[in-house]
Ligand binder design. Structure first.
Ligand code: HEC
Length: 214
């Protein structure tokens, strides 16, 4: 009888420890997946910033070389984009939309820094979750607007939408993400949404925060 009891107790301990490790893995995976999705969005946004590059700006091409945008550039920006990056701008924009939706619910409380060391999300995400959710929706709307702007090929609209999307990333990070120096070096302006071409939209959003969804 004692042996059976011991056996049952060990099975119980085994099962609970497996499920605890499983929960640990699940939290860690959530953080890994959301960080990877963010990285994937960033590389796409970085490419999309070619569409709003000003003369003199440096752009990295698909083969890793750097070119400087000239002020003589009369090409259609969407064609230039496809030539430089070997990918269509439209596809990058759609992928950002999909990535945003994929990790929208990857922020449960048990993935805060108190539970998962590798996260750089600020505790504020869980202190004011409504604000976090609102900023997240801003980015979702901004990315949808960008997708729409490609279908009517309106250059001014495309520029505005790229800027609004970049600003929506930057605004959320400023409040909800801890940024270390090496992130800044890697991500440059993509992190802040502060592209030279975007200052007028930044002002617009400062005055009226809902403009980011228009
Ligand atoms: C609503 C808030 C929010 C929005 C919108 C948002 N992010 Fe983030 N982002 C975060 C948070 C929080 C983290 C930290 C996540 C973590 O470490 O768990 C992060 C992390 C990152 C990282 C670093 C990932 C890593 O490897 O640690 C990059 C790059 C990034 N975001 C890019 C973007 C880009 C580009 C956009 C816009 C297309 C964007 N983010 C939109 C909140 C946001």
């Amino acid at each position: 009888m004692k042996a059976i009891l011991n056996f049952l107790i060990s099975i119980f301990i085994l099962v609970t420890s497996i499920s605890i490790t499983h929960a640990e893995d699940e939290k860690q995976t959530m953080v890994d997946v959301r960080q990877q999705a963010m990285q994937a969005m960033w590389s796409r946004l970085d490419r999309l910033s070619t569409l709003i590059a000003m003369p003199g700006d440096a752009v990295t091409t698909s083969d890793g070389s750097t070119i400087i945008i000239s002020n003589q550039n009369k090409n259609n920006p969407l064609e230039t984009y496809a030539l430089i990056h070997a990918k269509e701008a439209k596809q990058d924009a759609e992928e950002i939309s999909n990535l945003l939706v994929q990790v929208e619910d990857f922020w449960p409380r048990h993935t805060s820094v108190a539970n998962v060391k590798s996260t750089n999300a600020e505790r504020l995400v869980w202190i004011i979750p409504e604000a976090f959710a609102r900023y997240y929706k801003d980015a979702v709307y901004a990315s949808k607007n960008l997708n729409n702007s490609f279908s009517n090929k309106d250059a001014e609209k495309i520029k505005r939408s790229v800027c609004m999307l970049a600003l929506s990333c930057g605004r959320c990070h400023a409040a909800f993400r801890k940024v270390r120096f090496d992130n800044l070096r890697k991500e440059g302006r993509g992190w802040t949404g502060n592209y030279n071409a975007c200052w007028e939209y930044k002002n617009e959003v400062t005055i009226n925060s809902t403009a980011i969804r228009d």
